[in-house]
Design a protein around this ligand. Structure first.
Ligand code: GDP
Ligand code: MG
Length: 201
């Protein structure tokens, strides 16, 4: 089995993150956990790339549609559609418009529990309810309510893979193998070595 330190996750700084001049702040938050940046690029995604990205997992539409309906019902609101797939199609159409509106930065972060850690630091999907101290909670204020009333995607600064299998599908969608760099950094010795050798002189 591969060492846990080889786990990788995809992060995309969405167009609003670039517009808000938050690139450095966002990268700092992941970097300081001890995770290692192994791939990075700036691009303007095409609609096809975004559609394919969200449809990599055949269950995503159903899951996101059901999740969205449940959250409307919980708030006593009427969803734009009661069919999860139809609602997901609406969400994807909005996401295509949002994600192709300007440059984004795609990154791969590597390290133990990288998928889970990046999600924790990123915070919940809706900035309005995302935890204090998380990127989405600290740097933006959008809500489903505002997004829905303007028929647009929620502006939440970041995409981060939700699970390890999702990361494994998403990374090759955004990066060719040779764009991902395998290298060492000295602090890995402190993070991962079994013994803390060679500290004392
Ligand atoms: P993420 O992994 O935290 O970004 O969340 P998901 O993978 O569940 O959803 C992906 C994207 O779909 C989000 O960034 C939102 O733009 C959109 N989305 C997800 N859930 C909802 C919802 O309940 N309502 C609306 N309007 N959009 C949603
Ligand atoms: Mg997701």
């Amino acid at each position: 089995m591969a060492h846990p330190k080889t786990e990788r996750t995809l992060v995309i700084v969405k167009p609003d993150g670039i517009q808000r001049a938050l690139i450095g702040e966002i990268m700092k938050r992941y970097e300081r956990t001890g995770l290692k940046l192994v791939a990075l690029k700036m691009l303007v995604p095409t609609e096809e790339m975004i559609e394919e990205h969200y449809l990599l997992d055949p269950n995503w539409k159903k899951n996101v549609g059901e999740k969205a309906i449940a959250s409307y019902v919980k708030k006593g609101e009427t969803p734009p559609s009661n069919d999860p797939i139809e609602l997901a199609d609406l969400i994807v159409a909005r996401l295509k418009k949002y994600m192709t509106s300007g440059p984004v930065i795609a990154m791969v972060w590597e390290g133990a529990h990288s998928v889970e850690l990046v999600r924790k630091v990123t915070g919940g999907t809706e900035p309005r309810s995302a935890g204090v101290g998380t990127i989405r909670g600290d740097f933006v204020l959008d809500s489903y309510q505002m997004a829905d009333s303007a028929d647009r995607a929620i502006r939440n600064l970041i995409h981060a893979s939700g699970t390890v299998p999702e990361a494994e599908m998403e990374i090759p969608h955004w990066f060719a193998k040779e764009e991902i760099i395998s290298y060492r950094v000295p602090h890995e010795a402190t993070l991962y070595d079994v013994d803390l050798n060679n500290i004392l002189g």
